[in-house]
Write a new protein. Sequence first.
Length: 275
Amino acid sequence: MGYEMYFLRLVRNFLIISLCASYGKADVISDLYDALHMDRINEIIRLEGIQDAEGTGEAYLPPNSVDRFVAQAKSVYQLERMERDFKRLLTQNLSIPDANKILLFYQKPLGKVASELEVSARIAISDAHIEEMAKIKLKEAVKSKNKRLDEIESVIRTLELVEQNLIGAYAAQFAFMYELSKLGVIELSKQEMIELITNDEEKLKSEILEWLMAFSHMAYMPMSDKEFSDYSDFSKSELGIVLNKALFSVYNEMAKDQSQRLASILGEFMKSEDL
């Protein structure tokens, strides 16, 4: 079925999420947004969203409707709205004291290096060739028994990144299918949707873990051993866990909203084609 077409991007989007003076909440959230380079992350999400919207249109619509659908689908990924939604949702999911402490870390040299490496790697790995190369490098690191891999896997387990990615992707996919169902263009019960979505759960978990390991190995390779160790400690600390949970909450909600709005646009096109 074509239902998965749009969701090839969702897991990739969630994967990036691993990551003093007193500020007003709006100020500290805006400063965190800048420190984590979320403008660059949102730009990648926008580009990938539009690209996958093309695939979605090709899967569901006749060729002469695809360009018009994609043109309307671009409204789902407006950067101004994405920034506004991100800041609003992060404000709801992160306390002022925690936000200030996290910002302080990312204003230090190690935090600046880590955030830059993560975002640069996320941009790079959006290229399929670089993603494949990162996976090859991971296999080579496994063969050579690279000591960093154990620590990377420890961070992934502590932050429950595989599970969080799975939950977020499933929720967005369900929102997409449920919206199409409400519009009457597909006929599936909620239970049938859930069964369809979770059909290959173990395979997806394995793919998520491989991606996370390859991404992390590539992203942190330029770090010294001390920088890598110190950043891993922060990631697994109480603050690191709080930040990770907040970011997942933000992007889970944004992805569900984007999925629902994309399905709404698609559904209207599908209904018009049936007239």
